[in-house]
Ligand binder design. Structure first.
Ligand SMILES: C[C@@H](Oc1cc(-c2cccc(S(C)(=O)=O)c2)cnc1N)c1cc(F)ccc1N1NC=CN1
Length: 322
């Protein structure tokens, strides 16, 4: 591989030139059966699939399979591998599980646990109240979703891992039913189904400007406080039931708006303590933003102390949501 690929990926030397890494469990291709396509990822298609021969169970397990198109360059191949390697390192109920890889041949596969509730943003949009139908969600359901994601982020913070792309589009649900659990499920900074959320910066990487703090898009500074800012935007996405942040503004207008101290307004029927938590995540100075432990504690307090207030379903929206 050319040198630039090697130094660009510190991981490369650990794999001693091989693409596979013994820590990634290799899944025999015959055990994997792909079915319908779930959507288009950054690298290639993502399919629903069925995995057999898992530790003793005869039954097939439903999985999600990320595919890498056969014709791609080494950098893409390594990025694909890197995402699997990263996910494999994590072990938390609010982070998607990696079941294994098929890296022995092309097309390469990454096999993930199937989060059959689909992505959080779509779920919120589908759950909006309408004139003749109040939402099936109550505010406490939204707080539970917020707590799930905050728990996943807190785990990353403890492991000094900066996600760089915390957003509702990158969070998935185990199911749409009341026992739903939300998980961080995309670590590739991948330009998934919501491609339009990424801003092409001088032809280089796409950047999710609307989820980034000023120090990130002006100076390229990424710390755990970057993820805290993004998490604040996810809180806003949750309580606005899946609206696009800064509706009507393009990325450049958002950067200018933030620069003059502008911030997202409180979503309709959002409890004040939650809006205050969002605002604390959007402090201009990164060190003044809370850490995820504080965020988790605050959400737990809100969930317990005001359970009665939270029992109300999200009020039927008078103004159109967004
Ligand atoms: C890679 C992919 O992973 C998954 C998607 C779905 C999944 C995605 C959509 C619908 C359903 S479904 C039919 O079970 O409701 C399941 C379920 N489980 C996954 N592990 C993914 C992870 C994310 F964090 C965000 C979006 C996607 N994609 N990529 C392409 C489409 N979504």
């Amino acid at each position: 591989l050319p040198a630039r690929v090697i130094e660009a990926n510190p991981l490369y030397d650990l794999t001693a030139g091989k693409i596979t890494d013994q820590k990634l469990p290799e899944i025999p291709r015959d055990n994997l059966r792909l079915s319908e396509q779930l959507g288009q990822g950054a690298f290639g298609e993502v399919y629903k699939g069925f995995l057999s021969g898992m530790s003793g169970t005869e039954r097939e397990v439903a999985v999600a399979v990320k595919t890498l198109p056969p014709l791609c360059n080494e950098q893409t191949e390594l990025d694909f591998f890197m995402e699997a390697y990263i996910i494999r390192k994590f072990n938390h109920p609010n982070i998607v599980r990696l079941l294994g890889v098929c890296f022995d041949d092309h097309p390469r596969y990454i096999v993930l646990e199937l989060l059959a509730g689909g992505n959080l943003k779509s779920f919120l949009q589908e759950s909006r109240p309408s004139e003749n139908k109040p939402s099936n969600l109550i505010i406490n359901d939204l707080v539970d979703l917020a707590r799930d994601i905050a728990a996943g982020c807190s785990y990353l913070e403890k492991n000094h891992f900066i996600h760089r792309d915390i957003a509702a589009r990158n969070c998935l649900l185990t199911t749409k039913g009341p026992e739903r659990v939300a998980k961080l499920a995309d670590f590739g900074m991948s330009r998934d189904v919501y491609r339009s959320d990424y801003y092409r910066k001088e032809g280089r990487a796409f950047l999710p400007i609307k989820w980034m703090p000023p120090e990130a898009f002006t100076e390229g500074i990424f710390t755990t406080k970057t993820d805290v800012w993004s998490y604040g935007v996810v809180l806003w996405e949750i309580f606005s039931m899946g609206c696009m942040p800064y509706p009507g503004l393009n990325n450049t207008e958002v950067m200018n708006f933030l620069h003059i101290g502008g911030r997202l307004v409180a979503p309709h029927s959002c409890p004040q303590p939650l809006y205050e938590l969002m605002l604390s995540c959007w402090m201009h100075r990164a060190e003044e933003r809370p850490d995820f432990d504080y965020i988790l504690q605050t959400l737990n307090t809100i969930s317990q102390d005001t359970a009665t207030m939270l029992q109300h379903p999200p009020l039927v929206q008078i103004p159109p949501l967004c």
